[in-house]
Design a protein around this ligand. Structure first.
Ligand code: BDP
Length: 725
C-alpha cells in the first residue's frame, strides 16, 4: 500500500524523512506505531488478543485487532483462543466465547448490532472485553476499541455501550455500469463490472472494511437513474461476487430497480404496478435475485422523477409502485427504499412544495417493508436548505434521511467543506410537530413517532463520494465526509465536532497543535462555502448541468426550476423566493404552510426567519435593514467577501501545519485549498457582478469590485466538468 508513490515521495520529501509516504488509501484506518513517550504503548493495556475466529466475521474482527494493535504497538501481539493472563483483550459473543458467556455484561443493552467494551476481572485477571450479541457487533466493537487507541483515550476502566440508532445505514453509489459515476469526483466507479466476477479487486475488501469501521451496513451498488441491465443474470452474478466480499463485514448489497424493467427485460407491454403480469414478473425477478444473493438487502427506487419511469405513468401512486416491489421482497426479508425526490415536469407549483404534496397524503399506505427516503432539504442538496417539511409529517411511514456525501453543489472534491456540520444542522432541526425538541434526528431514529413501522425500520443513506482515486474520495478531507456520515447514521445525535476530532486524530495526527486548528478549519468550512456560494438562504445558483461554478444569470432553460433565476428571483426591488403565505398580493407560495404551526409562524415572517434562510423564504427589498444594521445588499456582498476571506484563513491555517503532516498529503491539501481560494473568489466576483447589475447599488465601502465585468463570467464554459448526469 505504501510503495506506489515512493518515487513521488522521495521527490517531495527528500531522503531524510520516513521511508514511505501517505497517499490516503488507508483512510482513518492507519495504525502507525504509538509514540509511547506521549501515550502508553497499547501493550500496557493489551498483552494478548483472545477469542475464537469461529466465523468469517469474527475472523475479520480478530484480523483487524491484530493488524491495528500490532501496528500501533510497533510489534505483533500474540493471538490466543482463550485468555491466559491479565491484559487479555477478549472478544466474542456469548456463543463464540465461554468467558464472555460467563460474564454479566448486560448485553441486552447492546441490541442486535451494538457492543459492550468493558474492563473486568476474569478468573483473577484484569482483562478488557469486546462483547456483543452478534458477530458483526463484535466487529463494530473492535473498531471502536481501535479508535480509542488511535485517538489516545485511556484504556483502563472501560465501560462503553453502543448500539446504532438506525437500522439501515447505507451508501448510495450513483455508479453506472460503464463506471461513470454521476456526480462523482473521485475517478471511476470502484466496481469494475467488466472484470467481475472473475477478478475481485482487493479494494472491495478494503471498502467493506472501511464501511464496517463506521457502522455502514449496506451498499446500493448502482445509480438511482437506473439501468435495468443490472438486474440481468450476468450482472446479478457480478453483484453476488461483491456481496460475497462484503458479507463478513456485515455490508449487504442493494440494487436500484428501474421501474420499467418488466418492459425492457421482460418484454411486457406495461410496467403498471397493479397489472398481475407485472407483479408476477417482479416476484420472479426478486426470487432470482435471492438465488444469487441470499442476503440481498432490497431495492432503492427513483420513480417519476427527472424522467425516470414510475407508477404515475399508469396513473398509480408512489405507494402502489413501492408496495408492488415490497410484496415481492417481503418473503425474503428485503426492503424498498422509495425516494421522495420528485418534482413534476409540468407543475407550476413551487418546487420546494412538490415532494410533500405528493407523499404526505400517502402516509399509512406503504407496506411494512418500505422506507421513504427523503433528502435533507426540500430542494436538492444545496449548501444550506431548511429541513424538508416531510420530516415529522408522515408519522406512519419510516422516513429515511438522504444526505449527499459527494459534493455536487459544494465545489466538488477540490473544495474543503466538512459536511458533518451540515448533517448535524439538518438532524438537529426542530420540526416542533410534537412540541419543542421534535428534532429531525428523532424522526429518523423512530423515536418521535414511537417506531410506527412494525419492522422497526429506520435508516440513513449517503450518496457516496467514493471512486477509483487512490485516496478514495477525490481529496483527503472528503474522506471526513464519508466518515462523518457513517458515525451520524449510527448515532444521529453525535456531535460533528467530536467526530471531526476523531477523524483528524486517526487520519493525520494526535498532536494538539495540529488537531485544534485543523478541526476548527473543518468546522468553519461549510459556512465559508455557504458564504461564497449561496449566502442568506440563496440556493441553486450553480452552472447548468455540471453544477460547477456560479451561473446566477441563467434563466432560459426549458423547465423553470432548472434556472438559477427561478430560485433567487432578483429584480429591481429586491431578492429572494417568497414562500410565506400569499398576503397583500406578495405572490407567496406558502411553502411555509407545510411545516408545523410553530415553524410556519417563524419561517412565514421575514422578521422571525433566521437570516441564514431569509432569501429561501422571502423576497425582500435590497434596502431591508438586517440585524447588523446594514442593508440587505451590503450584507449580501459582505457575506460573499467573507466566504473568500475564510478560505484564505483556511489556507494559512493549513500552511502552518507544514511540519506536522507528511509531505504528500500536505501538498495535495495545500494545492486544493489554493484552487478553492481562486474559485471562492470567482464565485464572489461573478455573483456580486450579476446581482449588482440588478440592484444597481454601489458596493459597501472598502469592498473590492469584481476582477472582471459580468460578461466575462457569463462567457465561461466548462464542457468537460466532471460528474455530469
Ligand atoms: C440531483 C443530481 C442528479 C441526481 C438527482 C437525484 O443533479 O444527478 O440524479 O439529484 O437525486 O441533485 O436523483
Amino acid at each position: 500500500m505504501k510503495h506506489r508513490s515512493l518515487l513521488a515521495c522521495i521527490a517531495a520529501v527528500g531522503f531524510s524523512l520516513p521511508a514511505w509516504c501517505e497517499d490516503g488509501y488507508d483512510l482513518w484506518l492507519r495504525y502507525p506505531a504509538v509514540d509511547s513517550t506521549a501515550y502508553p504503548a497499547p501493550s500496557r493495556a493489551v498483552r494478548e488478543i483472545a477469542g475464537a475466529a469461529s466465523s468469517p466475521t469474527l475472523e475479520v474482527a480478530q484480523a483487524e485487532l491484530l493488524r491495528g494493535l500490532s501496528g500501533l504497538e510497533g510489534a505483533p501481539l500474540p493471538l490466543v483462543q482463550a485468555p491466559t493472563r491479565s491484559g487479555a483483550l477478549v472478544f466474542g459473543t456469548p456463543r463464540s466465547s465461554p468467558q464472555i458467556g460467563r460474564l454479566s455484561l448486560a448485553l441486552d443493552r447492546a441490541g442486535a448490532e451494538g457492543y459492550v467494551l468493558r474492563s473486568v476481572m476474569l478468573d483473577g485477571n484484569a482483562v478488557t472485553v469486546i462483547a456483543a450479541n452478534s458477530d458483526v457487533g463484535v466487529l463494530y466493537g473492535a473498531f471502536h476499541f481501535l479508535r480509542l487507541v488511535q485517538t489516545r483515550q485511556p484504556l483502563d476502566k472501560l465501560d462503553v455501550v453502543s448500539q446504532p440508532r438506525t437500522k439501515i445505514r447505507v451508501l448510495d453509489h450513483w455508479d453506472n455500469l460503464d463506471r461513470h459515476v454521476e456526480r462523482g469526483y473521485a475517478g471511476q466507479s470502484i466496481w469494475d463490472w467488466h472484470k467481475l466476477p472473475g477478478w475481485l479487486d482487493p479494494r472491495y475488501t478494503d471498502y467493506a472494511r472501511a464501511c464496517a469501521s463506521i457502522g455502514i451496513n449496506g451498499s446500493v451498488l448502482t445509480n438511482v437513474n437506473a439501468n435495468a441491465t443490472s438486474l440481468t443474470p450476468a450482472y446479478l452474478e457480478k453483484a453476488a461476487a461483491l456481496a460475497g466480499v462484503f458479507r463478513p463485514y456485515g455490508v449487504r448489497v442493494y440494487l436500484t430497480a428501474r421501474f420499467s424493467a418488466p418492459i425492457e427485460l421482460g418484454g411486457l407491454k406495461t410496467a403498471d404496478p397493479l397489472d398481475p403480469a407485472v407483479r408476477a414478473w417482479w416476484k420472479a425477478k426478486v426470487d432470482e435475485v435471492y438465488r444469487y444473493i441470499p442476503d440481498f438487502g432490497g431495492f432503492l427506487v427513483k420513480a417519476n422523477s427527472e424522467g425516470q419511469p414510475g407508477p404515475q405513468d399508469y396513473k398509480r401512486t408512489h405507494a402502489d409502485g413501492a408496495n408492488m416491489l415490497a410484496e415481492a421482497l417481503a418473503p425474503h426479508g428485503g426492503i424498498v427504499m422509495w425516494r421522495a425526490f420528485v418534482y413534476a415536469s409540468s407543475a407550476t407549483e413551487d418546487r420546494a412544495k412538490q415532494a410533500y404534496a405528493e407523499f404526505v397524503p400517502l402516509d399509512g399506505k406503504f407496506a411494512d417493508n418500505v422506507l421513504v427516503q427523503v433528502k435533507n432539504g426540500p430542494i436538492d442538496f444545496q449548501p444550506r436548505e431548511p429541513f424538508s417539511p416531510m420530516f415529522g409529517a408522515m408519522p406512519k411511514t419510516p422516513l429515511m434521511m438522504e444526505f449527499q456525501i459527494t459534493k455536487e453543489y459544494l465545489g466538488f472534491s477540490t473544495h474543503l467543506v466538512y459536511l458533518g456540520a451540515l448533517y448535524e444542522e439538518a438532524l438537529g432541526a426542530d420540526t416542533f410537530v410534537k412540541g419543542k425538541g421534535s428534532t429531525v434526528a428523532k424522526v429518523i431514529d423512530g423515536e418521535l413517532h414511537g417506531l410506527q413501522s412494525p419492522l422497526g425500520l429506520t435508516g440513513m443513506a449517503g450518496v457516496a463520494n467514493i471512486g477509483s482515486d487512490r485516496n478514495w474520495s477525490g481529496s483527503h478531507f472528503d474522506q471526513a465526509n464519508w466518515y462523518a456520515f457513517g458515525r451520524l447514521a449510527w448515532n444521529p445525535f453525535d456531535s460533528s465536532q467530536s467526530i471531526a476530532e476523531d477523524w483528524v486524530r486517526m487520519t493525520f495526527s494526535n498532536d494538539p497543535a495540529f488537531v485544534k486548528p485543523v478541526v476548527s478549519m473543518m468546522m468553519g468550512s461549510r459556512e465559508a462555502a455557504v458564504d461564497y456560494m449561496t449566502p442568506l438562504g440563496l440556493a441553486h445558483l450553480m452552472g447548468t448541468g455540471h453544477h460547477y461554478g456560479p451561473a446566477p444569470w441563467v434563466s432560459d432553460l426549458s423547465r423553470p426550476e432548472w434556472n438559477p433565476a427561478y430560485y433567487h428571483r432578483a429584480d429591481a426591488n429586491g431578492i429572494g423566493f417568497e414562500r410565506g403565505p400569499p398576503v397583500n398580493g406578495n405572490g407567496g407560495s406558502n411553502a411555509v404552510g407545510q411545516y408545523s404551526a410553530k415553524v410556519a409562524a417563524m419561517f412565514g415572517d421575514p422578521n422571525k426567519t433566521p437570516e441564514n434562510l431569509l432569501l429561501w423564504f422571502h423576497h425582500v427589498p435590497w434596502d431591508r435593514k438586517m440585524a447588523s444594521g446594514r442593508s440587505l445588499w451590503d450584507e449580501l456582498v459582505l457575506h460573499y467577501a467573507h466566504g473568500v476571506e475564510e478560505v484564505s484563513r483556511m489556507r494559512r491555517a493549513w500552511d502552518a501545519q507544514h511540519d506536522r503532516v507528511d509531505a504528500e498529503r500536505f501538498a495535495q491539501v495545500a494545492a486544493f485549498l489554493a484552487i478553492q481560494e481562486q474559485e471562492a473568489q470567482w464565485w464572489r466576483d461573478a455573483c456580486i457582478a450579476y446581482f449588482q447589475s440588478i440592484s444597481k447599488l454601489p458596493l459597501p465601502a472598502g469592498v473590492a469590485a469584481p476582477a472582471h465585468p459580468l460578461e466575462y463570467y457569463q462567457a465561461l464554459k466548462f464542457p468537460y466538468a466532471p460528474g455530469r448526469g
